[in-house]
Each structure stands twice: as C-alpha cells, then as structure tokens.
Design a protein around this ligand. Sequence first.
Ligand SMILES: [Zn+2]
Length: 274
Amino acid sequence: MDHPICVTCGAQFPASEEQPAHCPICEDDRQYIGLDGQRWTTLTALRQGHHNTFTELAPGITAIRTAPEFAIAQHAQLIQTPAGNVLWDCISLIDDATVSELRRRGGLAAIAISHPHFYTSMVEWSRAFGGVPIHLHASNRQWVMRPDDAIRYWDGETHEILPGVTLIRCGGHFPGSTVLHWAAGADGQGALFTGDTIMVVPDRRYVSFMYSFPNLIPLDEATVRSIVAAVEPYAFARIFGSWPGRIVQQDGRQAVRTSAERYIAHLRGDVTRP
Ligand SMILES: [Zn+2]
C-alpha cells in the first residue's frame, strides 16, 4: 500500500504491503478511534476531492488548510521572514497546486511542528522543497510514525531555527509540545504560534491548556505555570492558534497570564459563580 494516512489524526505511516493494524497516536488517551473504527487513506486518494486554501492572516502570515475538512482540520501557517519561509505545523494534504503556490511565495527554508497530532505528511512537505529540515522536539520522538533523515530532533528549552524565529518547549499537552515565537511578527510587537499547546479559545481574549482536547482532560497547576513561565521571557502582542478565527489580536502575553490564573482558580475551586 502507498504510505497509509490515519483518517482520524492525519498521520502518514511508512509504505507497507498491508494496512497498519493500529495508529498509536489515536490509541493514546489524548486522541480517540473514530466511530467507524481505525480507517486509512492515502495521499493519492486525498488528492481526489480535497484541495488546500490559502488565507492571509496578517502580513507575512498565511494559513493553509484543507477543504473539505480532513482529520483534525487544523491549518498550517506559512511565516515569511527575510531569512526564509517557515512552515509552522503541517497538514496531511500536499498537492501540485499547493507546492506551486508556496514556490510563488518563496518556497520553504524549514518546517517546525508543535506536537504529534500535526506531524501528518511532514516528510512529503520536506521532500517537495528539497528536503528542508523538519524541527521536532526530541521528547516527542516516539510519536514519529514515518522517520526520515530530514527530521532534526532538538533538545532543551529553546531553539532558534532562523534569525528571530525561536521554538520554545512548553510541555503540557505532550512533553515536547512546542510554540514558535517570531520576534518581528505583529509589526515588530512579536507573534506567538501556539498549536494547541496554548489553545486560543472562542473568546479570543483567552487561551486554555489541556492534556487532551477531544477527551477534555485538564492539566495540573504546576504544568500550567511552567507553560506560562516558558513564554514569559518573550514579547508577543498576538497569538495565532491553529483553527480559523483563533487569534488573540492584542496583549497576548497578558492574555496567557490572565487565562492561566483563571484556569488555576477553577482547578482549585477558588471561584465565585454568579
Ligand atoms: Zn491516528
């Protein structure tokens, strides 16, 4: 079989004669098996009937998303910097139209991904742009379903991949859950790209923190505090989440602090309800 892709999480697996028996990412308690059981597709099949859309979110920041929705339905984000373009997070579908559109915008210098639920077809994206490096935190290594030489595992707490573009390990959702800080983003006030490590919620003045979003399993106070501490040294006015409309437009760092205090108050039962 062509490289199988899990229909529920979108992760691509090594080529095999038969379909894999399991998706370890979906069997983990942060994810789930779909109503119809474990199902697989391929890039070839996905290219029939699906396409990617490009939506400019802010100067130099473009969301790339698949329509109709597939798997977790997140968008990847193209970040265009003077030192080269970064693909932040990833999606399963890559096709000729997507590659042409990205080339028109200067191609890719690097790929970085927040956590395993968005590893998707990362190897295909790297190869389409000459094998550009894929930066993943080393502590999430066990969740890489399709290993490849382009993957660069980084360790520790921060990793600058291009000038002014820094990966920050926050942990929480996964031990290696990472956010990306772009110092020049948001007109020089700083932009933070958070995946679901720091989830921008429908009330865009706030963010949240969870061990599992689909299964609604919260994090503990110490972990939430360590996420806040990890991003505290960085200036950022805006926070870009991974789904359409999920953007904190101003005072991003304060929104993280305020949201963490609210979350911890609820964990402790220390809230006054109307
Ligand atoms: Zn899966």
